[in-house]
Design a binder for this molecule. Structure first.
Ligand code: MLT
Length: 256
C-alpha cells in the first residue's frame, strides 16, 4: 500500500485518482455522516451546491428525506438541520436519506467521487476505517482533509495521522514503507503528540474556535471521541454514501 495524505482537496493531484480515497472532515461533516448512518439513516447524498440539493431532494418523499445545510458553521435557512452530529438521533434519521451540504466536507467528497472506492473517516470511526483498509488492502490510498476554504485544518490532519498510525501498528507496516508523501510523517507526528488530548487540540483549531464562539462546545466534545462508532461510510454511487454493511456488492479486493 502507498499512503498519501493531502491536507485539503485543493492539494490533491488533478491528473489521477487513488484506488481508495478517504475524506476527513472531523468538524463536523464526516463525524455527522458516521453518526447518521450509525443511527440508521438509509443513505447520505452530498451536494456542494444548495440549489442542486433542493432540486434533487424535492423528488424524494418528504417523510423519507431530511435536508441538512451548513455554511460558516451555521444552519442554512430553510433546512431541517444544521451540521451538528448530536442532532442525528435514530428518531430523527432512521430510514431516511440525508441530503447534505456543508462548507468544505461535501466539496472534498465531490473532488474524489470518481475514485474506485470512497470512504469517509472521522475520529469517531477511525478504527473501523483501519479495519476496512486491512481487509481490502487497496494499493494507492489518499486521505483527504477538507480543511477550511482551502486552508489547512489541525483536526483533519490529526485524524489522517490517527488512521495512518493505527494502520501501521495494527498491520505491522513500518511507516517508512507506507508513507508515499511527507505529509504522512507530519500527520502521524501530530497525532502522536496530541492523541491523549484530542479535545484540547480541537479547541486550538481555528474551526474549533469558530464553533465554540457559536456555543457548540458539545459538538467539539463529541467530535473529539476516538473509535466510538463501528461504521464505515462508503460511496455506493457518486455522491451517495451508505454503511459498508449495506453495500453488499463491495467485494472488491486489491491484490498486492
Ligand atoms: C465543513 O464542511 O467544513 C464542516 O462540516 C463545517 C461544520 O459543520 O461546521
Amino acid at each position: 500500500m502507498e499512503l498519501f495524505i493531502y491536507h485539503t482537496p485543493e492539494a490533491t493531484p488533478t491528473d489521477k485518482l487513488p484506488d481508495c480515497a478517504i475524506v476527513v472532515d472531523v468538524l463536523r461533516a464526516t463525524t455527522t455522516i458516521a453518526t447518521a448512518l450509525d443511527a440508521g439513516a438509509d443513505s447520505i447524498q452530498a451536494f456542494s451546491d444548495v440549489d442542486a440539493l433542493i432540486q434533487v431532494s424535492n423528488q424524494w418523499p418528504a417523510d423519507k428525506r431530511i435536508r441538512i445545510g451548513e455554511r460558516g458553521g451555521q444552519k442554512v435557512e430553510g433546512f431541517d438541520l444544521g451540521n451538528s452530529p448530536l442532532s442525528f438521533t435514530p428518531e430523527v434519521v432512521a430510514g431516511k436519506r440525508v441530503f447534505m451540504t456543508t462548507t468544505n466536507g461535501t466539496r472534498a467528497l465531490e473532488r474524489v467521487q470518481s475514485a474506485q472506492t470512497v470512504l469517509t473517516a472521522a475520529l469517531v470511526n477511525r478504527k473501523a476505517i483501519v479495519e476496512y483498509l486491512m481487509t481490502k488492502m487497496p494499493n494507492i490510498v489518499w486521505i483527504v482533509g477538507s480543511g477550511w476554504e482551502g486552508s489547512y485544518s489541525l483536526e483533519d490532519t490529526v485524524c489522517a495521522g490517527a488512521v495512518a498510525d493505527e494502520f501501521s501498528h495494527e498491520g505491522g507496516y513500518p511507516i517508512e514503507n507506507l508513507a508515499a508523501n511527507d505529509e504522512v510523517h507530519g500527520a502521524i507526528a501530530l497525532y502522536q503528540q496530541w492523541k491523549a488530548q484530542l479535545f484540547q487540540l480541537l479547541n486550538c483549531a481555528s474551526h474549533g474556535q469558530r464553533l465554540l464562539k457559536l456555543g457548540l462546545y458539545d459538538d467539539l466534545k463529541y467530535c473529539a471521541q476516538l473509535d466510538t462508532l463501528e461504521i464505515v461510510p462508503i460511496q455506493r454511487e457518486p455522491s451517495i454514501l451508505v454503511s459498508s454493511k449495506a453495500k453488499t456488492d463491495d467485494l472488491h479486493y486489491w491484490t498486492e
